[in-house]
Write a protein that binds this ligand. Structure first.
Ligand SMILES: [Mn+2]
Length: 223
């Protein structure tokens, strides 16, 4: 059996939900897990989340994408004038999980952050944290769009490649993922008390875990 491709939505420091979801998925060495970014900030366990993800690197093919929150943290580490902006947008929780100082972020976590990528593609799907430019190659996406643009009032045109886009970033207040045909939205507001979503691209199955570690299946809301 070929490996699975599974996308995981915005974790935002929700390590209990992540642990439950990983246990339910039971990743194998031939599986590809695409983490859609915003792994840190807001929730209580950012350092724990990164530790779990680093552990997964040895168990499966892990593709961690950059989110706007990882961007803010990396900027804060190199440009102190941006630190306040990060701390006011959820970074305080991350800093606390690392013991109150960026200087105590362990070396293997720094290495992990260095390898985050902006996009990932399969022959059929295009993965990016927030949104995309329908008329640009993924390698040329502007970070203002790829990391920051919300998909709520306005759904972008299909990407020119014909691939289905898979994104997080825009929280779904009811905790259910959205299927707009050419774009799937997987940020199901775990840090806000809803759930963390994992979607198996081939089978279309959705698994969710909440912050108490309960795992269940869920439907897509099709719009
Ligand atoms: Mn985001």
């Amino acid at each position: 059996m070929p490996g699975r491709t599974i996308a995981i939505g915005d974790i935002h420091g929700c390590h209990v939900a992540l642990d439950a979801l990983i246990e339910a998925i039971a990743p194998r060495s031939d599986d590809t897990l695409v983490v859609l970014g915003d792994m840190i900030d807001r929730g209580p366990g950012s350092a724990e989340v990164i530790e779990r993800l680093v552990e997964l690197v040895g168990r499966c093919r892990l593709i961690p994408l950059m989110g706007n929150h990882e961007r803010m943290m990396l900027d804060a580490a190199t440009r102190p004038s941006t630190t306040r902006f990060w701390l006011q947008n959820g970074g305080q929780a991350t800093l606390a999980s690392y013991g109150g100082s960026l200087s105590s972020v362990p070396h293997h976590h720094r290495t992990f952050f260095r390898y985050l990528q902006l996009t990932f593609e399969t022959p059929t799907h295009l993965f990016v944290h927030a949104c995309y430019d329908p008329y640009s190659e993924p390698g040329e996406f502007d970070e203002d769009i790829a990391l920051w643009r919300h998909v709520d009032r306005e759904i972008p045109e299909p990407h020119q490649s014909g691939k289905i886009a898979v994104v997080g970033h825009t929280p779904q207040a009811d905790g259910l993922p959205r299927d707009h045909g050419h774009i799937r939205l997987l940020d199901t507001f775990c840090y806000g008390g809803r759930a963390l979503t994992a979607w198996d691209v081939a089978t279309d199955e959705v698994l969710q875990a909440d912050n108490r570690g309960n795992v269940s299946t869920a439907p897509f809301v099709r719009e």
